[in-house]
Design a protein around this ligand. Structure first.
Ligand code: MIG
Length: 799
């Protein structure tokens, strides 16, 4: 293992003088006298790719992370040189490549100030043990620089002063400083002097990041093999850095709306009568729920794609009955295929030679739940195709709506390192390699194959997949959860940080096991966790089951009522959450925003961990401690309404917020227009015959969006969606709302019910689309009114 980049080096090698320069449209090549080549691609004015070889020749360019539809193209590109350097200028950046040693500096094209600069820059060490190079990069840290990102790290939101490793690892009951855990997302953003940039080190080997931990003034990253291959994104807004990275690695299609509902899970609900007992109880207690999960015990001896005859004798009937009651069934599928000649999936995989092999030929054998297993090589296109096909019966025939991919780090029980040994071979889509290189993308390729299976057999409905392991880009195929957390207050805080961090790392569709997987929460902890969880894009209670029950009613009635209240709030907010998902899908905007991402210019936000913005306009802060009557929190700059009291408060300061157990700190940005559905027990239970708009008056302007479509299916890709942009403007005695609409979708309802909060004047006249209307005609009362959904201009005045 590599412990240090510089201090314990075994013999670092460096690029020598540049001897040759070549340009091929937007790709520049700089070659040195010792066979190093830097391939610099100008992807966009603010996005550069740096790729190095030390042997005078590049391998085939291949990455699982990059989205084929990523934007490419710049407005301006100019290349000059002077005595000491090449100078590459775009409309956003100036990049200097030094002739003497290939180091680079990147400057802001507007003010000429340094954004990011090589310290030692690219260097490498020959790996005698594994072959190839240990590739290294070091950058000079700037004054007051902060760092964010890296996927699922359960650490402080600001990564400064810490070192991390990326190696997907099954981490039962991990803790605050456990590293690495399940995912490998080698992307971070940095912030200094009010400006943000990002780096994505697209290398699937074991990678390391050091943020001023080894040396105070240096940030470095390195890998135990592969290429030094990284992307540089410039903001200066961190939001733009994050959207650029997300654009490059892709976003998911829209999920079915039910997937944004509440999900209930446990290891395990079985037999069928137990599943029904649970789902019936939800309906009886009127706690909304859209999905019920079956963990490994639904299978026959843990054989994937089978059903236990004893526990689930008639899966098709059961799944249908659940569906009739509004429950979507989600089942677990692991990568390990039981070695059993009587088991057709195994036999077929064996016959077709689809299982991973050790370097010298034997199959990769490992023990998981079913006992000894072989494992499909999901890095082969034909294996992924086969795997996708295996879902036919489960999805098309039985009616399962979602699949849960677990253990795909891959996790193995009886092998040292708890994963495949490093000699295991993978196809890597025609780039054969060892497990060193394929380990971090194995889970991703499994989820990808699963996604394609669901998409095919669930058509014309949308698929739903959830994965535990992931690499950059996995978000294109699936949602994710944070793995085996623990029922402690500390883990509630970790869940909050992980969800924010994943969103900033391009992976918004994520949530924790609400209440904790290991151990047992008390009612108070569970209630506080639900309060946080309903504001996460993925919202599911899950527990290991051997520590007691963890359903909303498992504690006492007070807790049940609180849990219902917050799940109901989530169901009311579904159109808001869905709009936020659309903005993620379409505009690459993260669904959750850490305060630093929301307002980077306010230095108060740089080390804030608990407060975050859900969507664009809800400020959420969980209660992280027992026996709380409230807490202190930071309110970001601007004006905010307390969600409960509608009291208006000015931000830019820390303040105490009351929050008894049935409440939590929750604020709405002044000027926001929040769409709401009625409470439903599951998505589609009710016909939506009116959409509620909660309007929060602002003295000034604020924009909001509402995205709608059929909530499932693919019509939205053919223009049948509706995107409404609302511009709100208030000025003391007048409030104007304008709407611009795009798309061909016709909402099922005819009217909006508009509730105006914080209106500072008494309404005397109302104009809809520039015509005065009778207050009675719009049922005006207590600052609520009903108007046609077609309106494009609404004016309320004090005279
Ligand atoms: O070795 O399928 O993280 O969510 O319930 C444990 C049983 C395997 C780990 C997952 C957890 C799941 C459990 N699994």
């Amino acid at each position: 293992m590599i412990l240090n980049t510089e201090l314990e080096y075994k013999g670092d090698l460096f690029p020598a003088t540049i001897t040759d320069y070549k340009k091929d449209v937007d790709v520049l090549y700089f070659s040195t006298s010792n066979n190093v080549i830097l391939q610099l691609t100008v992807l966009r004015d603010s996005v550069l790719r740096f790729r190095y070889t030390t042997v005078g020749k590049f391998d085939k360019d291949f990455s699982y992370a990059i989205d084929q539809n990523a934007s490419r193209g710049y407005n301006h590109l100019e290349i000059d040189d002077d005595k000491e350097k090449y100078i590459i200028t775009t409309s956003k950046l100036i990049c200097h490549i030094y002739k003497s040693d290939l180091r680079n500096s990147i400057l802001d094209a507007k003010d000429g100030k340094i954004i990011c600069q090589d310290e030692l820059g690219f260097h490498w060490e020959e790996s005698y043990e594994l072959g190839g190079d240990i590739v290294k990069m070091s950058k000079a840290a700037q004054n007051g620089e902060s760092y964010y990102g890296l996927g699922d790290k359960p650490e402080h939101i600001n990564l400064k002063g810490r070192r991390f490793e990326n190696w997907a690892t099954d981490s039962y009951a991990y803790g605050k400083n456990t590293d690495p855990i399940y995912k490998a997302i080698p992307f971070y953003t940095a912030l200094h002097n009010g400006k943000s940039y990002g780096i994505f080190f697209d290398n699937s080997f074991r990678t390391y990041f050091d943020f001023c931990s080894e040396r105070r003034n240096v940030t470095s990253f390195w890998a135990s093999g592969g290429e030094m291959n990284y992307y540089f994104f410039y903001g200066p807004k961190m939001q733009d850095v994050v959207t650029s990275y997300t654009d490059l690695t892709g976003t998911p299609e829209l999920p079915p709306l039910w997937a944004l509902g509440y999900h209930q899970c446990k290891w395990s609900y079985y037999p069928e009568s137990n599943v029904k007992e649970i789902t019936n109880k939800f309906r009886e207690l009127k706690i909304p729920c859209d999905a019920i999960y079956l963990d490994i015990d639904y299978m026959e001896g843990f054989r994937c794609f089978t059903w236990s005859k004893e526990y689930f004798p008639e899966p098709k009937r059961m799944v249908k009955e659940l569906a009739d009651d509004g429950f979507k069934t989600v089942v677990i599928i692991d990568p390990g295929i039981k070695i059993d000649m009587e088991y057709d999936v195994f036999r077929e995989g064996l016959e077709k030679d689809y299982f991973c092999k050790r370097a010298d030929g034997p199959y990769m054998k490992g023990k998981v739940w079913p006992g000894e297993c072989y494992f499909p090589d999901f890095t082969r296109p034909e294996v992924r195709e086969w795997w996708a096909g295996l879902f036919k019966e489960l999805i098309e025939e039985i009616g399962v709506k979602g699949v849960w991919n677990d253990m795909n780090e891959p996790a193995v029980m009886d092998v040292p390192g708890k994963t495949f040994p490093s000699d295991v071979r993978h196809d890597y889509d025609g780039n054969p390699c060892s497990h060193q290189k394929a380990h971090n993308i194995y889970g991703m390729q499994m989820a990808r194959a699963t996604y394609h299976g669901l998409k095919r057999f669930n058509y014309p409905k949308r698929p739903f997949v959830i994965t535990r392991s992931a690499y950059s880009g996995t978000q294109r195929y699936t949602s994710t959860w944070m793995g085996d957390n623990v029922a402690t207050w500390e883990h509630l805080q970790i869940a909050n940080i992980q969800a924010q961090r994943l969103a900033l790392s391009g992976f918004s569709f994520a949530g924790s096991d609400i209440g904790g997987f290991a151990e047992q929460p008390n009612g108070e902890l569970y209630a506080r966790w639900i309060q946080l969880g309903v504001f996460h894009p993925f919202c599911r209670t899950h527990s290991s089951g051997d520590h007691g029950d963890q359903e909303p009613w498992a504690f006492d009635e007070e807790i049940t009522d609180i849990v219902r209240k917050f799940i109901e709030i989530r169901y009311e907010l579904l159109p808001y959450l869905y709009t936020s998902f659309y903005q993620y899908h379409h505009d690459n905007v993260p669904m959750l925003k850490s305060l630093v991402l929301f307002d980077q210019e306010d230095t108060q936000t740089h080390y804030r961990t608990d407060e975050f913005i859900c969507g664009n306009q809800l400020l959420v802060c969980p209660i992280n401690e027992p026996n709380s009557k409230g807490r202190r929190m930071y309110i970001p700059r601007g004006e905010w309404y307390n969600y409960w009291t509608k009291e208006l408060i000015s931000g830019g300061k820390e303040t105490w917020v009351d929050a008894d157990l049935d409440s939590m700190p929750l604020f709405v940005k002044a000027g926001a227009i929040i769409p709401k559905y009625p409470v439903q027990q599951y998505v589609g239970e009710k016909d939506i015959d009116q959409l509620t708009l909660d309007v929060y008056y602002k003295n000034g302007k604020e924009d909001s969006e509402i995205y709608e479509d059929a909530n499932d299916g693919y019509d939205y890709t053919k223009g049948r969606y509706s995107l409404k942009k609302f511009n709100l403007a208030g000025n003391g005695d007048k409030l104007i709302i304008r709407i611009h609409k795009r798309g061909k979708f016709l909402a099922p309802y005819d009217t909006f019910k508009i509730n105006i909060h914080g209106l500072p004047f008494k309404v005397k006249s109302i104009k809809v689309d520039n015509e005065y209307v009778d207050l009675k005609d719009v049922q005006f009362k207590n600052n609520t009114l009903v108007v046609t959904k077609e309106f494009t201009n609404l004016q309320l005045k004090a005279d």
